[in-house]
Design a protein around this ligand. Structure first.
Ligand code: ZN
Length: 356
């Protein structure tokens, strides 16, 4: 997981993550390929009773350099859903077109020279800038920075608390990718073929999952992603979506007013059964905003029964995402248990039913 989080991979620029994923999956796959959008698809053959697709997204939210001014400061546009409040004061890693990493900082005026009302307000992203220590546009370019380069916040993974808790950036969704890799490694002799898909461009519209589902034509699918754990001060308990350390979450619904995924009832039911049978702690998740690859996979062709296993994570889309490794281990167990239970009979009961 630390390895997966150590590389820079905003949407559309997942190359370094892809390299690690390929190395991890290749020894365990019957075949493995990369499609034209950059999704990694690994297949482990089962007994031919159907196809299960597992999806975890490789991309993370990031920044794209949009302008270099004559003093050497960089302006940027967001890639994915950022909160502007967390950007000022961060150190960033810029990845150039040649793959070189360059450090910079997102600067802002010091409080001493701000008017009190100015100090209160959130600085809009278009007023923010990256300082890479260059004094001119030429110097910035000499360092290798160009318009179209991408950046992420520079932050390592560290363990805190009792050692089960980790914090860092890009847990969304490198933890889902890690869970998928571990499940894929462990699965043997399943009834169905297992397709582990490390998707691209989830944060910018579920793009990779859409084309991967189209080519695989799965009979059932699970997305593996983080979900909001808001068990923190200032949020009343009745609004908590999930809590960390209480087990993986089985998705019931997500997206604003259900516009994302309403988990297929048979998928949801089977996940709950597996958790109960194998004594895996779990939580039920009703998420009022945000969604995962499962919402696009379910719409493939004439429909795919789909669900999501989520890893409860605090402070999502910030450089200090925080989760419990125990939850991730239990998520892996749940995915393995689920995959083993899918049979031709289960698939036939949940796909097209002829009435006449
Ligand atoms: Zn995600």
């Amino acid at each position: 997981m630390s390895k997966l989080c150590s590389v820079v991979g905003p949407s559309g620029y997942e190359d370094d993550v892809r390299g690690i994923v390929v190395d991890e999956l290749k020894p365990y796959a019957d075949s493995l390929w990369i499609d034209s959008l950059g999704n990694v698809i690994a297949l482990k053959k089962g007994r031919g009773e159907g196809k299960l697709m597992l999806a975890g997204h490789m991309d993370e939210i990031g920044l794209m350099i949009s302008y270099i001014d004559d003093k050497g400061f960089l302006r940027f546009n967001p890639i994915g859903g950022w909160s502007e409040r967390i950007l000022p004061g961060q150190r960033v890693l810029i990845k150039t077109s040649t793959g070189k990493l360059i450090r910079g900082v997102i600067g802002s005026k010091p409080p001493h020279i701000m008017k009190p009302e100015e100090a209160q307000k959130v600085i809009p992203m278009k007023e923010l800038f990256i300082d890479i220590g260059a004094t001119s546009r030429d110097e910035a370019k000499k360092l290798g920075v160009e318009v179209g380069d991408v950046a992420v916040i520079d932050r390592d993974v560290v363990r805190i608390g009792n050692g089960d808790i980790v914090t860092g950036r890009a847990f969304d969704d490198r933890i889902g990718v890690a869970v998928m890799i571990e499940a894929f490694k462990a699965l043997e002799n399943t009834n169905v073929d297992i397709y582990a898909v490390a998707t691209v461009q989830e944060e910018v519209g579920l793009k990779g999952a859409r084309v991967a589902a189209y080519s695989i034509e799965p009979h059932v699918a699970l997305a593996l992603d983080v979900t909001i754990a808001n068990d923190i001060p200032g949020v009343p308990e009745n609004e908590w979506v999930t809590r960390i350390g209480k087990g993986p979450a089985i998705k019931i619904m997500d997206g604003r007013s259900g516009s994302g995924l309403i988990a297929h009832p048979a998928v949801r039911k089977l996940l709950i059964e597996v958790a109960k049978e194998e004594n895996i702690p779990y939580q039920l998740e009703v998420l009022p905003g945000g969604t995962t690859d499962a919402s696009i996979i379910q719409l493939n062709k004439e429909g795919v029964p789909a669900g999501t296993v989520s890893i409860p994570t605090r402070y999502i889309h910030s450089p200090i995402e925080l989760l419990s490794l125990e939850d991730a281990l239990n998520a892996t167990k749940l995915v393995i248990g689920f995959a083993k239970k899918i049979t031709r009979t289960w698939i036939e009961a949940n796909l097209r039913r002829m009435i006449k």
